[in-house]
Design a protein around this ligand. Structure first.
Ligand code: HEM
Length: 379
């Protein structure tokens, strides 16, 4: 329940321990002036810092202001602890240049080369209404009301300058980001995050998560690139698949999470192991195999996604899946490489049970000092 530090070299919400709840929102700028963007980022930073400390926003908060004006803070987080709230911001390509490549907010010269347009992947069924956006904000907390309060108040502050394009709630983190956390399970019932980058692996964190000096424009040093993918999971179809089939698709045992080559959850994976009939114990088209660094030029990702259930669809099936979030230093070499393998000629066995319906790529700037504001290095 303690506050997670807001100020620092890196933004919180990336390498800090994954919380249990998510409210993710993408915004589009409705104002066209550079000064409007700067003032918005300043106002957002001030409010985010207050909320991360478990405080109301503004000078007077929810109930101490003048009775004849609307309260500065909407009030539903009063009395709740900070609940580990982190608020993380990222900038989409469309904040820098419009669809024709013309500058927006005078930022074209600051567009990082690595903030690419993600290529299409076979099997994608992306809905533009819930994809991309000028600015993304990821609010994570251990209490959903705290995460919702954060996005709601930031959206309110943005009125007249930016508006919400889409938002997504998530629960049950699907990744651990520290060896101190137990591995959670996704909605297919499997442990998810076993082989994730962990905060304790400092070399992996520097090599694969944080943007380093010389990787691109200086304003991104210490930041990271966020890829979001809303992935619908065909729950009812999956539930009809036999246990050994489910395990073969993933490449791990459903109970322990150990690789099918043998051993416990964290046992070394042996892709060469064969069964008595001489067949590979881990299917070469399994999710584990095709997502593994061995077949992806060594690429790794920091996964930080959440389960979602948006009620049921008209057929009585769950509208559910994984709101996949991954952080990385270079999207082309990491997410695009790995997703290219999963959706490529080999075709991940998992693809029969999932469909990607939204996509986003955002450049998350480094952290701020106590007097700084998000993205200040851009201006
Ligand atoms: C591993 C599930 C989508 C990348 C895993 C594991 C599970 C899993 C159960 C094994 C445990 C672990 O090591 O974390 C899923 C489900 C997905 C999905 C249910 C979709 C609904 C994706 C996507 C990517 C991805 C879109 C990236 C493009 C990875 C990576 C690993 C992994 C890098 C670790 C592989 C290794 O190094 O052993 N996933 N995943 N996954 N997944 Fe996924």
């Amino acid at each position: 329940a303690l506050p997670v530090g807001f100020d620092g070299r890196h933004q919180a919400g990336i390498m800090t321990p994954a919380q249990d709840r998510l409210h993710f929102a993408a915004f589009d700028m409705t104002a066209a002036e550079r000064d409007d963007l700067i003032s918005l980022l300043k106002d957002w930073t001030t409010a985010a810092r207050q909320m991360a400390q478990g405080n109301d926003i503004g000078d007077f908060g929810a109930v101490a202001g003048a009775p004849y004006s609307p309260p500065e803070d909407t009030g539903e987080a009063q009395g709740l602890p900070p609940s580990g709230l982190t608020i993380t911001i990222g900038f989409g390509r469309s904040l820098f240049v419009d669809a024709k490549g013309a500058a927006r907010f005078g930022l074209d010269g600051q567009l990082p080369e690595r903030l690419i347009e993600l290529p299409g992947f076979s099997g994608d069924r992306l809905d533009p209404a819930i994809s991309n956006g000028d600015i993304a904000i990821q609010a994570c907390a251990n209490d959903p009301q705290v995460a919702v309060h954060a996005i709601r108040n930031l959206a309110r502050i943005a009125f007249g300058r930016a508006s919400v394009r889409y938002s997504q709630m998530g629960f049950g983190r699907t990744s651990s980001t520290s060896t101190a956390q137990v591995t959670p399970r996704n909605l297919f019932g499997f442990k998810d995050g076993t082989a994730n980058i962990k905060a304790e692996s400092e070399k992996d964190v520097e090599d694969f998560v944080w943007v380093q000096d010389g990787d691109g424009p200086a304003w991104m040093t210490g930041g990271s690139y966020l890829v979001s993918r809303k992935i619908d999971m065909r729950i009812e179809t999956w539930d009809r698949e036999p246990l050994n089939g489910q395990e073969a698709i993933i490449g791990r045992a459903k109970g322990s999470g150990g690789p099918l080559s043998g051993g416990d959850e964290f046992a070394t994976i042996d892709f060469e192991a064969k069964d008595d009939a001489g067949q590979p114990r881990i299917d070469p088209k399994s999710h584990l195999r095709l997502a593994h660094p061995d077949v992806n030029n060594g690429a790794k990702l920091l996964r930080r996604g959440y389960n979602f259930v948006d009620g049921s669809n008209g057929l009585g099936q769950l509208s559910a899946g994984l709101f996949f979030i991954a952080y990385q230093r270079d999207p082309a070499k990491q997410f695009v490489q790995i997703q290219g393998s999963l959706a490529g000629l080999q075709n991940d066995l998992l693809n029969e049970y999932i469909v990607h319906v939204s996509s986003g790529l955002f450049a998350c700037p480094p952290g701020v000092g106590p007097k700084g504001y998000w993205g200040e290095g851009l201006f």
